[in-house]
Design a protein around this ligand. Structure first.
Ligand SMILES: [Zn+2]
Length: 239
């Protein structure tokens, strides 16, 4: 490979930049706010489900209240009518007796449903308490989500910007290097998933530490200033 000392220096810089880029991309992927946001959203969905159930319960109980009130007002009218009929009967015994019985039955029924209403209203009050608790919980989770989103935007935005700047810098660096060198480096980087370039350290690869013997070492040294480790296939700077 036709390669100069400047190319080697540039390759080392490229390697440093790539490692830094990898670190920053990983940091962006692993920002803790992501997990907080996800958890908050799952919680909100669960709370919304509960809220819908409670709203359904409230509708049912409210209907009961309406039914009871309707029945009571119709009974109240009947009661008035019966009372008027008793007054109109002017002491006519049989009529008064029948109407009085009717009146007593209406009164009993009104007492019964008044006690039903008390129970149902108690139930409604409990549901409304629950509703208020759920609204508070939702507010709390929502605030946590919003804080995490804001913090993610700030921290993640700064990281994204840094990454973009370095990517632009990388493009400039790559443009300044020969195609053959860049291609060899990219292949080694893709294979290693990280450190793509090292130094020959005596008779060892400076990265994988494998000893390189006899003929292979002579062969490698002949590739100076840049060869390939026969074991890990990383690029090796040979000084
Ligand atoms: Zn190696």
């Amino acid at each position: 490979m036709d390669i100069t000392h400047d190319d080697i220096v540039a390759l080392i810089q490229l390697q440093q930049l790539d490692l830094e880029l990898m670190r920053q991309r990983k940091e962006l992927d692993e920002l803790p706010q992501r997990a907080v946001i996800l958890e908050a959203r799952q919680k909100k969905a669960a709370i919304a489900e509960k809220q819908a159930k409670v709203a359904g319960l409230k509708r049912d109980v409210s209907r009961k209240v309406t039914r009871i009130n309707d029945e009571d007002s119709s009974l109240a009218k009947k009661q008035q009518g019966t009372e008027a009929a008793i007054a109109a009967a002017k002491g006519e015994y049989r009529n008064v007796e029948a109407r009085t019985k009717e009146l007593a039955s209406i009164t009993r029924r009104r007492e019964d449903i008044a006690s039903d209403l008390d129970k149902v209203l108690e139930e409604l009050a409990k549901i409304e308490d629950l509703e208020a608790q759920i609204a508070l919980a939702l507010e709390d989770v929502d605030a946590r989500e919003q804080a995490a989103v804001a913090s993610f935007k700030e921290q993640g935005g700064a990281l994204k910007l840094a990454i973009m700047k370095q990517e632009a810098e990388r493009e400039r660096m790559v443009a300044g290097l020969g195609k053959q060198v860049v291609s060899a480096y990219q292949k080694a980087a893709a294979r290693s998933g990280g450190v793509a370039i090292g130094r020959l350290d005596g008779a060892r690869c400076g990265v994988c530490r494998t000893g390189i013997e006899g003929g292979r070492l002579i062969e490698l040294k002949a590739q100076a200033p840049l060869g390939t480790c026969p074991n890990c296939k990383r690029l090796l700077i040979i000084e």
